[in-house]
Design a protein around this ligand. Sequence first.
Ligand code: TEU
Length: 559
Amino acid sequence: PQDKDWWRKSVVYQVYPKSFNDTTGKGTGDIRGLTQKLDYLQGLGVDIIWLQPVYVSPQRDNGYDVADYCRINPDYGTMQDFEELSREIRARGMHLMIDIVVNHSSTEHVWFQQARLSKDSEYRDYYIWRDPAPDGGPPNNWISKFGGPAWQYDEATNQYFLTLFDKTQADLNWENPKVRQEVVNVLEFWAEKGVSGFRLDVINLISKDRQFSDDDGSTAPGDGRKYYTDGPHVHEHLHELHEKVFSLYNSVTVGEMSSTSLDHCIRYSNPDRKELSMTFNFHHLKVDYPNGQKWELMPYDFEMLKKLFSDWQIGMQQGGGWSALFFNNHDQPRAISRFLDDDEYHVESAKLLATTLHGLQGTPYIFQGEEIGMPNPQWSDIEEFRDVESLNMYGILQEQGKSAEEALDIIRERSRDNSRTPMQWDNTRNAGFTTGTPWIKVDERYPQINVQSQLEDPNSIYSHYRKLIRLRKTVQVITDGDYQRLDEAHPQVYAYQRSNEQETLVVISNFSGRDVQFRIPDSFYLSLDNQAVAAAELLIGNTQYAPQLNQVVSLTPYA
Ligand code: TEU
């Protein structure tokens, strides 16, 4: 019988199926492609595989626009393929987590198709409809996350429907108990197929303030989000799912929380509240957004990154919450290119980011390709991009007065496609991803950066990740230790300690390309007895020569 908190000691591997492994030559990955690579993932040591949406979908947003929640998109394979995947994962002692996208459905979903027919349709209330404003425009001034108004006009009934993302992603009406029952049915359907967990897409946006007032702009960014983020009934709705599904199947659950707060994340993930196992938040990935603006460039603020990690580590621990830890996912540029050096110090940088993150409290997530240090690809032309958000913003930035060249520079840095290029398996054509024409370009550096060249090399990035994952299983303080920051606004170094009654773990990271010295503060160092210092052991490092374990630690670039 599995311990109920087994996922606190686990590591999750995130698979973007479209770009993982193609077994048919059509240029997009498939479920069998993942099944073929399970030995690889087992070798890495991960416990949970998060499979991103493979449901029937028109793919306007690569599957986050679901047209049927209980059927597999034929591009990805069949239900038999899915069942085989699920079995093979279990046979290797791993777990399958699937993606549930129920803030919205595709407008191609039969519910929406029915809803739009008439105001009397029994599905009308599955979505959020409003009359036009007196001037015929949208009901309020909210902006969609992908640019443009958050409302779409529907001629048949002369009303607007709400779409917080793409115009084909219609927001579901969670105030309607029938919608909530549909969600329960979907979750049960997959739990019965042996799925162990759920990643819930933008789940903190499901409860909207029913006034639908204009955003008065009193708090930035003034796009309406304050009226639907962590909204009025969100905690009740999650508790309901917990009672009706998660608790019955002992599911592991992670909620993707957009623009959330620490207080809400504590509530979502504190076990006493019976909502979710853990939460993703994005504050640490906005440290290079000037005034929260994603579509303007700025070097990242290192002190802010450290402060955010520290505030959330301490806050979540005090409040009894649990964090999903990550630097990369399918919506973010690759962290190695964004924060460190993906060129000369590529290997050191990748290992540094991993070690810094895996030492924190929470459950770490590895996004495909991160374990081999995949960087942002080198984009030359707007034609190479595929993401609906990037293509929308390319136009909007130019409408706002940027030149095509300036707009492209911003898209290059910020596009979600940075993380969506094909997984680099080996140095054969298309990095071994497909025998056909890949749906999105393969990064030119695949002959140097690929799985095959790292598997057997004990000094590779891949081997470093393996070691980190193994440490988590043997060093208890990584899971349960409390957190304290050790650097006082050091311009290059982030250092913290984790302690429980038996052990102390110290993580010291040089985020710069220079040699630096770091002095462990007296308040901490002098509290250790000599024996403890003498017994200290280097658990993991990323440099050729191990640094001396003294109060003053010398660190080479990105050590
Ligand atoms: O993302 C939600 C989300 O808010 C973002 O990370 C979003 O991509 C970013 O803010 C845009 O600037 C989730 C999924 O992870 C993403 O892939 C989907 O596109 C989105 O929801 C809609 O389902």
